[in-house]
Each structure stands twice: as C-alpha cells, then as structure tokens.
Design a protein. Structure first.
Length: 368
C-alpha cells in the first residue's frame, strides 16, 4: 500500500498545478477583483510553471549550469503565492474554512523555500530555520512512503492559490475543501511529524561541535572532478562539450564518472573517448557504479542485482582500464572465481577476494 503514496503525491501535484494556473488566471481576469490582487494572481499564474521548470532544471548536471543563476525564481513564486493568500484572507475574499489552511501552508513552504535558497548560496541560517528544512525532507519521506523521494527533484511542495470569491457549484466547494484538507495534512506532516524528529537529529551534532577540523590529511591532498551525468547510455553532447572544456580549464588530480548497471558498450566507448586525453596525462580515473531510478523512486523494494553490477564492473575494466595491467589481471581472476562459486562459503570468500583485489588496485592507482 505504501508503494502507491509516491505516485499519488505526483498525481496530486499535477492536479494542484493545473488548478493554480486556471484559478489564478480567472481571478486575474475578474474585473470585480482589486487591481493589486489581479496583478498578484496574474503573476502567480504566469510564473508558476516556469519557476517549477527552473527548479527541476537546476537539480541536474546537464542543465543546472545553464540556469543556475535563475534559481531565485522558485522562491519568488512561493512568496508570490503566500502574498496572494495573505491578501485574500485579510480582505475577506476567501472562505475561512479553506482560506486559513492554504494561507498557513503557503507561508510555511515560502519560508522553507527562502531558507533553502539561502543555504544553497552559502549562508548559515539559525538552527530553528535549518530544522524546518530537515522537517520538510522528513515529511516528504513520510508522505512518499520511501526515502527514494529525496533523490528525485519531482517530489516537492507546490503552492496553492487561495480561492477568492464564493464557489458557484457544490462540486467546486467540495474540491476546495479537499485542497484545504491536503494543505492541512502537509502542515501537520512538517510541523508535528517532521520538526520534532529534525530537532533531535540536528542536536546529535552537538557532540561534535568542539571537534577540531584538520586543514588536510596526512597524505597528499588531491582534488578531483566528477564529470558527465550518471550514464546508462552515451552522454549527451552538451555535457561532453561543457565538461571537456572544464577539464581543460581546471588542473585536477583525479577524474570521476558514474555508470549505471547495464550500460551499453556504445556508451562506454563514448566515455573512453572523452577520457582519452586525461589518460594520456596519467590522471587517475575513478569509476563508480551507480543506481537506476534517481528521478522516479521505485514503487516497490528493488532487489540488489549483484551479478548485474559485477558484469558492469567487468565491462568497465575491459574498456576503461581504471587500474594498471597487473592489478587488472588479478581482478579478472578474482571475478572469474566469483562467477564460478557454487556454495555459500566459497561465494563469501571469493567476494572478499574481489573486494581485496579492487581495493588494493585502488590504493595503487587511485581508482576504485
């Protein structure tokens, strides 16, 4: 049953977005509404979808760099909807039954949006404000039924337009009541469920408040760069051009890429061509095996495909050669022993062997 919570949240999010645009547009065209209120509603209807697209675009490596300077649009949209709800309530344009829950909800997510924007730009808000950020994340996990929602930019709280002026039909009034109930539930999730847990989690850091941070480790400090998006297919040309230019500009000590289990040989060939100049410079290459489903979380618990990941490791080793030849040969011997394992004890021993060999190769060459 909990597997249906995440898609239900996405469906309700789409319905609320459509409702916001349609209702705010109608209020903006209503000649009986005050001029200021018309302007606020018109801007809200105009900027909601672009603001949502901007906040989704800034969450990816491919498009995030191009629109990073526009990340202020979504907090501005949240503030605009909060102002619309405040104006409608103060002027008595909305029924109190659904005006108050929507007002509190819009104010709450607007404050959280401003705090998130400040943190993203290097500011350090007070602990109570940071607790609100953690509370929203915990509430999203509770409402989505899985922690996978935190890895997806699609799971967020969208604002709600305050339905000014009386409902003309009983069906419209019923829908407004359901929307206000949805807003009330989210306020309860964030304040009553998420906030207490967030405060407890943040206070766990108190034990480390006086810990002294070391300027650098005992060994040489290396700075690496993760390039290209997580890949299961050939990387997009814009990402290749941008990241190749970045590699030419920065003098980094290591390069990291992430491949998804089941990556095609064509994709590995593309990655190899991108990394060829780096390989000639003897820069260590770090290849990590990632996970599928980073945008939409799994609706049910997915099994850990160990064999598929080991097969991906083999293809990566054969094409990208992130370790030296001797260590690579030892790795393949260990991997062959793992694939021939028949009983549990032998399988465990060979898995340890694979881990030890790859770990030793990583220490020798800086690759994992």
């Amino acid at each position: 049953m909990t597997g249906l919570l995440a898609p239900a949240h996405l469906a309700l999010t789409v319905i609320i977005i459509v409702w916001d645009v349609v209702l705010a547009g109608r209020i903006a065209q209503n000649d009986q509404a005050p001029r200021v209120f018309q302007a606020i509603c018109g801007l809200a209807a105009l900027l909601l979808v672009p603001g949502l697209l901007f906040t989704l675009a800034t969450s990816t490596v491919v498009t995030g760099r191009a629109v990073a300077t526009m990340d202020w649009v979504w907090p501005a949209v949240l503030v605009l909807f909060a102002a619309q709800a405040v104006y409608a309530f103060m002027r008595g344009l909305v029924n109190v039954a659904w005006g108050i829950p929507i007002l509190i909800y819009n104010l709450l997510i607007a404050v959280i949006g401003i705090i998130r924007f400040a943190v993203a730009h290097g500011h350090s808000p007070a602990e109570p404000l940071v607790s609100l950020l953690a509370a929203q994340s915990l509430a999203m996990v509770f409402a989505g039924g899985t922690s996978g929602v935190l890895a997806s930019p699609l799971f967020l709280n969208v604002p709600m337009v305050s339905p000014a002026f009386p409902a003309l039909h009983s069906l419209t009034a019923s829908f407004r009541f359901l929307v206000s109930l949805y807003a009330s539930l989210w306020c309860a999730f964030i304040v009553a469920i998420g906030l207490p847990r967030a405060v407890v989690q943040l206070r766990n850091y108190e034990a480390h408040r006086r810990d002294q941070l070391r300027e650098r480790p005992d060994a040489d400090f290396a700075v690496g760069l993760k390039i290209l998006p997580d890949m299961a297919s050939p990387p997009p040309p814009p990402a290749i051009r941008a990241d190749s230019a970045l590699l030419d500009t920065l003098n980094v000590d290591a390069i990291s890429v992430v491949v998804i289990p089941g990556i095609t040989r064509q994709a590995l060939d593309s990655v190899a061509r991108v990394l060829e100049p780096v390989r000639r410079d003897s820069t260590p290459i770090v290849v990590a095996i990632g996970y599928r489903g980073t945008i939409l979380p799994e609706l049910k618990r997915a099994e850990f495909d160990e064999n598929g990941r080991l097969a991906t490791v083999r293809r990566v080793m054969e094409r990208l050669h992130p370790v030296e030849q001797d260590e690579g040969a030892s790795f393949f011997r260990a991997l062959d022993a793992r694939e021939r394992a028949a009983d549990g004890a032998a399988e465990f021993a060979e898995l340890r062997l694979v881990h030890d060999v790859t770990h030793g190769a990583a220490e020798c060459t800086g690759a994992v």
